[in-house]
Design a protein around this ligand. Structure first.
Ligand SMILES: [Zn+2]
Length: 317
């Protein structure tokens, strides 16, 4: 096979193979590539400025997609430019997305494999360390995220997730129409959600948000009121009931309301969570929070909130 045939199969836009080496024992293929004539626009990798002249050049080795059973390495001639802004910088080459020794096509193949298999499996498939696969996948997802078309955000969901003792809480912002998580922030303070509005959305995008579903957490509602002026706040039914349950528990534990009476009062339209909270077989000293956070059954989701809630919060506190 001649070098120009290697060039055609390799298909790196703007580059040609000028030397190749096949090792039949080791099953390796090495291809040396350089710019095609006429492809002399050098781009500074720091600022994107274009240059006609190079400062110097060097060779870099990256792993590329395999050719049949042959592991392929591409050795590329890279130029450095003398940029007035960034100093001496290496040129930007689309096939080399990072400093890691892999081509973009190779990283894309690894990233794609990660979509349907575990990291360990992908690592075995490509003969890489699991940590390398994770790093490649992260870069692949970042590139995908930077170029993909994003749906407009009109109905947002804000939730907090408890991530254990070290991380404590994280805030998750999602698009409720597409069901897609959009952003994660450390902690669950007002500043956390402020950061989302400030860094992720333009003013027009913030104005476009029509509704937000949040739990009854004051810092979140404060942040939304401040940043998304046209946004109406919808409370998550589960959290409303959680608060109602907690109120009942407090009343009961304070001894203000006889247990039997509370039970009777609620039985006309109660939720499963409320029934359990009032269950006499449970020890009365169980902390209120523990009982209130148990998940509701699927059937309970369909119960209309109106009326039921009235029965619960209407207690003469
Ligand atoms: Zn530059």
């Amino acid at each position: 096979m001649r070098d120009n045939e290697f060039t055609r199969i390799l298909d790196w836009p703007g580059y040609r193979v000028f030397r190749h080496e096949i090792d039949e024992t080791a099953k390796t293929l090495r291809l040396w590539v350089r710019r095609k004539r006429g492809n002399r626009k050098l781009i500074c990798s720091g600022c994107g400025r274009k240059f006609g002249d190079a400062h110097d050049y060097y060779q870099r080795e990256v792993r590329d997609l395999p050719w049949r059973k042959y592991r392929t390495t591409v050795i590329i001639e890279l130029y450095r430019v003398c940029c007035p802004e960034c100093g001496v910088r290496v040129e930007k080459v689309p096939q080399l997305p990072s400093k890691a020794p892999f081509s973009k096509d190779f990283e894309d193949a690894v990233g794609l494999a990660c979509e349907s298999a575990s990291v360990r499996q992908v690592a075995r498939q490509f003969g890489l360390a699991a940590s390398t696969v994770r790093a490649i996948d992260l870069r692949y997802l970042k590139r995908w995220s930077a170029t993909r078309r994003k749906d407009r955000l009109e109905q947002m969901g804000v939730d907090e997730i408890y991530f254990g003792k070290q991380m404590k809480f994280i805030t998750v912002v999602s698009n409720l129409e597409t069901g897609e998580p959009l952003w994660f922030g450390q902690d669950r303070k007002q500043e956390t959600l402020d950061e989302f509005f400030r860094t992720q959305l333009s003013e027009t995008q913030r104005k476009r948000i029509a509704a937000a579903c949040v739990d009854m957490w004051r810092p979140f509602t404060n942040s939304i009121a401040q940043w998304a002026v046209n946004c109406r706040i919808v409370y998550d039914k589960f959290h409303v009931l959680q608060h109602a349950n907690k109120a009942i528990d407090e009343v009961r534990e304070g001894g203000v309301l006889p247990q039997r009476w509370a039970h009777a009062r609620c039985s006309e339209g109660q939720t499963l969570a409320a029934v359990d909270a009032l269950d006499e077989s449970r020890p009365a000293k169980t902390p209120a929070a523990k009982r209130a956070v148990r998940p509701q059954s699927a059937g309970d989701e369909s119960l209309p909130l109106k009326g039921k809630l009235g029965a619960l919060v209407d207690l003469p506190l």
